[in-house]
Design a protein around this ligand. Structure first.
Ligand code: SF4
Ligand code: SF4
Length: 132
């Protein structure tokens, strides 16, 4: 079982080994490897710090994130667009929801306030999913 904030479903798609710190990247690589190894793995969605946040320098105990309002807003948008609840789903199911429900407009609405958005990798990877 992996615990995830909903917007992190999108963040995996364009991930190329960059991140906030070496320990963040090392941990992210472990999570990504688990998802690749077993796409049927169960994912528990949470509004709190998750298995990606675990080693992030922006994690704040009892709050979640230094940008908590921003990430909560992204999480809510992902849940609305993908029609999800704070429940357990297989990663495969979440990818399927992403593929069927994401649009350019939805991506921009969710991700335009993220500092990584300007590099274009997430945009390209996520919208490729829609076409595939
Ligand atoms: S733009 Fe930011 S929030 Fe959106 S998928 Fe990329 S890293 Fe995640
Ligand atoms: S920036 Fe916030 S939501 Fe993103 S990984 Fe770090 S603690 Fe988690």
């Amino acid at each position: 079982m992996i615990t995830l904030r909903p917007h992190h479903i999108l963040c995996f798609q364009g991930y190329i080994g960059k991140g906030y710190s070496k320990s963040f990247i090392d941990n992210m690589n472990i999570v990504v490897a688990k998802l690749k190894e077993d796409p049927s793995i169960n994912i528990k969605l949470t509004p709190y710090a998750d298995d990606v946040c675990k080693k992030c320098p922006h994690k704040v105990k009892n709050v979640g994130c230094t940008s908590n309002n921003k990430v909560l807003s992204m999480d809510k948008k992902v849940m609305d667009y993908l029609n999800l609840d704070f429940k357990i789903y297989s990663y495969k199911y979440l990818l399927n929801r992403l593929q069927h429900n994401i649009t350019i407009e939805a991506f921009n609405d969710i991700c335009s306030s993220c500092e990584w958005c300007k590099y274009g990798l997430c945009h390209e990877a996520i919208l490729d999913k829609v076409k595939s």
